[in-house]
Design a protein around this ligand. Structure first.
Ligand code: 13P
Length: 289
């Protein structure tokens, strides 16, 4: 099976009241680990990559070739989309050219008029090539230089302006943030999510910052139209913890425990387990492939 765009899988999730996990990849181990997890759970998936991670991995073409080849080599049969996460205008165009099957254009830092104009252009270009598109309204907070900003709340009228352009799924701030949630986090704002869902005519909504949100909040968000949930930090944490345990147990110093194939295995396995848990217990996409 070849890679697909994300339109059908996200629309099906929206109709079926579950969500597609969009997991960020950082290297080959991440990609293999996530693919192994979703194949085992029989779940559709979006593998997504930030522009920074793509640069780290050797550019968009390298990412496309790696994901496509691993997908074939592993005999993956569940639907897989390759998506650009938080793309710039230039990045989105480059990924459409390089063979990504889905892109996000994040124009949330522009004024709404410029965001609309640029989103419109990317949506038209992507759709002409069969590529699905996510756009963003309002910005999503996170931790930068050790300072955690509050999750922003997107304006429903602005969400409608972007949704009306024909975007496939829309990212909107509802108090969510990237990274680890602070102790005093107020939680997702369901009132605003409901208003956005109404304003955009019940189109699929994307929840960024999907790591560490309590299960009941994730499930409630799905009932209010969230159909794609982004996860990066949770997988980074389980990878780091499993790798730490291996080294702290001195296993890298026993026999050939320093071999990267051994050293990276606990972390890679931890990612697979976490993916299976999330698609099964949080997103409801297991057995929906
Ligand atoms: P987390 O790192 O908080 O899971 O957020 C990922 C994300 O939203 C990527 O766009």
């Amino acid at each position: 099976m070849v890679m697909v765009n994300a339109t059908e899988m996200v629309n099906k999730a929206h109709e079926g009241h579950y969500a597609i996990g969009a997991f960020n990849i950082n290297n080959m181990e991440w990609t293999k680990a996530i693919l192994a997890g979703v194949q085992k759970a029989n779940s559709p998936v979006m593998l997504q990559v930030s522009e920074g991670a793509a640069k780290y991995m050797g550019g968009y073409k390298t990412v496309v070739d790696m994901v496509r080849d691993l997908h074939d080599f592993m005999g993956i049969t569940v639907p897989v989309a390759l998506h650009l996460d938080h793309g710039t205008y230039e990045g989105a165009k480059a990924c459409i050219e390089a063979g990504f099957t889905s892109v996000m254009f994040d124009g949330s830092h522009y004024g709404i008029e410029e965001n609309i104009a640029k989103s419109k252009e990317i949506i038209e270009l992507a759709h002409s090539k069969g590529v699905s598109v996510e756009c963003e309204v309002g910005g999503i907070g996170g931790t930068e230089d050790g300072v955690t900003s509050n999750g922003e709340l997107a304006d429903p009228a602005e969400c409608k302006s972007i949704a009306d352009l024909g975007v496939d799924f829309l990212a909107a701030g509802i108090g969510n943030i990237h990274g680890v949630y602070p102790e005093n986090w107020a939680g997702l704002n369901f009132e605003r999510l409901g208003e956005i869902d109404e304003a955009i005519g019940h189109k699929p909504i994307v929840l960024h910052g999907g790591s560490g949100i309590p299960q009941d909040q994730v499930k409630k968000a799905i009932t209010l139209g969230v159909s794609k949930i982004n996860v990066n930090t949770d997988l980074q944490i389980v990878f780091a913890e499993a790798t730490r345990a291996y080294i702290e147990a001195g296993k890298d110093r026993a026999g050939k425990g320093y071999d990267p194939r051994k050293l990276l295995k606990p972390g890679t396995d931890a990612i697979t387990e976490k993916v299976i848990d999330m698609v099964t217990s949080f997103f409801g996409s297991a057995d929906k492939a």
